[in-house]
Design a protein. Sequence first.
Length: 229
Amino acid sequence: MKRIDFPIKPYLLKYLEVHLELKRLETDPLKLEDFVLSSANKQFGLPLSWLLRKSVKSARHEGSNEECTAMLGVDLRNYNFSYYELAQNHLTPYAIFEFNQLVDEIFKKELYWWVRQHRERRATIKDAIRSYMAFYDICEEDIAYETLRKNVQRNGGLPSRKKIKEKGPKTGNFSMNVSQKTSALSQKTSALSQKTSVLSHKATFEAVRQELSKLPLPLFESRFFHNAA
C-alpha cells in the first residue's frame, strides 16, 4: 500500500480528524484511518500534494518541527509510484513545517470567528475558547488554553467591552458555566472509558455536540456543521 506518515501537531491532527471526516480504526480506536490524498480537496489536499512535490534543493525551511509529534497517515493511491518514492524518501522539513503552518492558520481563523460570535452573545472569552477546545476534543496536553487565549486577544479582532455592553443585558442562555459543563462532560466520558475500556470517539463527539448545542451559538451556524452536512 502506498502511504506515508506525515508529522503533525497533536491539536491539528484532531482538527483534521473532524474536517477530513477521518474515522477511528475498529482494530485500534486510538488510531485514525488514512487521509486519501487528492487535489480535489482544495483546502488541505491540494497544498499537501504540492508540498510533497517540492524539490528538496529549492525548499527553504524556517522554524521548528519539534512539536509535530503526532502522525497523519496519508494514502497515496491516487498517485503514481515515482511520486510515492519522492514523498517517502524526501519528506522535507519544509513540507512538514509549511503544512502545519497552513492548518494552524485555518484552525486559528476559525477559533477567532468562534470567539467573536460568542462574545457578541455576551459569552466570556474563556467559555468560548473552552467550548472550541471541547468541540475538537483538544486538551491541555495538545495545546494550552493560555496559548489560545493569548492568540485570541492579540489577533482575534474582538469588539471592545463598551460595544458589547451597548448590546444590552445578558440573555437567559448564559446561566450555565461552559467551563464547568465541559469539565463535567470530560469526567463523564472518562468514567465511561474506564468502564468500557474503549470509548467510541464518534460517541464522544456526539456528546460534546449535544453540550455545545446549548450554547448561544447553535451548531447549525458553525462552519463544521455545513462542511459535515
